[in-house]
Design a protein around this ligand. Structure first.
Ligand code: VAH
Length: 320
């Protein structure tokens, strides 16, 4: 008789979202019910999961064996290449960002899995739509490798739900900001780097121009939203591609002003690189009213609360 306890596998568990989501899932479900996985060696300082599997998520045979060995019921599939890196490695980005998702959907279709979470991104939006308050159902016209892969992934999620009743849930994350694990390869990662540089150097050179507004979210709120979506009764869910999630919107200049409130001597200059073109193709703000209606999306952190928390924690972390 299979246990009714939720047995959870997280892929990309040592990444920016993965480390914090894994530890939160351990608090909720117990370490014995959480299997973290990633390409790197286990770092016990990063994850409190009861088990760790060093696993290439594109190795389907190995992934299936892990699912069976641990009797996994729920997968949080976070392993992915972000926007900047994907532009440099388009074929690998497509392979990593799509093939494992399809395999997990196939496993759910076969009854091997009960539920899947997969992160999409506001990168699915592109040119030809208004920049402000972008709605849930608008034309998706991504112009980046990353955005194309996330748009395709969303349509696969909808296909497996509609055709086979697979319970796969997704969120279009905005840029995510956190201090526990450095971000890697994203266009919005200037908003992470700026805090590290402010604390270590007192100055920052932004690769995004000063007046480029983008949707952003503090990691604490991203984790809360992810768990709220996964806990929602599936009959309440009306979106089977990915839910818009807008968080807060700000420009590098506005973020620098917020940092200066605590660090008056902080200085910033701007040298846009290839990621400026990516940022220019994305919305400045998002309408997330459908998520609020379907599963009670809410936020605890605005730009002031986030800045205070980031600087407080990084001053401790970087002092070591
Ligand atoms: C990136 N942080 O910059 C990611 C995110 C909306 C952007 O998906 O690629």
């Amino acid at each position: 008789m299979k246990s009714q306890t939720e047995k959870i596998l997280i892929t990309g568990a040592l990444g920016q979202i993965g480390t914090e989501l894994t530890n939160r899932l351990v608090e909720i479900h117990g370490a014995e019910n959480v299997v973290a996985s990633g390409l790197d060696r286990w770092d016990k300082n990063l994850t409190t999961a009861g088990f760790y599997e060093r696993m290439d998520v594109t190795n389907t045979q190995l992934v299936r064996q892990v699912i069976k060995d641990y009797e996994i019921t729920t997968v949080y599939h976070l392993a992915s290449l972000l926007s900047g890196t994907s532009e440099k490695q388009p074929l690998f980005a497509w392979k990593l960002n799509i093939e494992p998702l399809l395999q997990f959907c196939e496993m759910a279709k076969e009854g091997l899995l009960q539920k899947i979470f997969w992160p999409s991104s506001i990168a699915v939006f592109g040119t030809g739509i208004p920049k402000e308050n972008v709605g849930q159902e608008v034309v998706l016209n991504p112009t980046t490798v990353y955005g194309i892969s996330k748009m395709a992934g969303e349509k696969w999620c909808e296909y497996y739900h509609t055709k086979f009743g697979v319970d796969v849930r997704s969120i279009r994350y905005p840029g995510l900001i956190s201090w526990k694990t450095p971000a890697g390869g994203g266009t919005t990662d200037y908003a992470v780097e700026i805090f590290y540089e402010a604390v270590e150097e007192g100055k920052y050179t932004s690769f995004i121009s000063e007046n480029t507004g983008m949707p952003m979210l503090y990691m604490n709120d991203a984790i809360k939203a992810t768990l709220d979506l996964m806990a929602a009764p599936k009959e309440n869910l009306t979106v089977h591609t990915a839910y818009n999630l807008g968080g807060m919107s700000f420009t590098p200049k506005q973020l620098a002003e917020e940092i200066k409130k605590e660090m008056p001597d902080f200085t910033i200059d701007y040298k846009p690189d290839f990621r400026q073109e990516i940022a220019d193709s994305w919305p400045a703000s998002i309408d997330d009213s459908v998520a609020k209606k379907d599963w009670g999306l809410s936020y605890d952190y605005g730009i002031t609360e986030m800045t205070e928390d980031m600087l407080k924690n990084l001053k401790i972390k970087l002092a070591k």
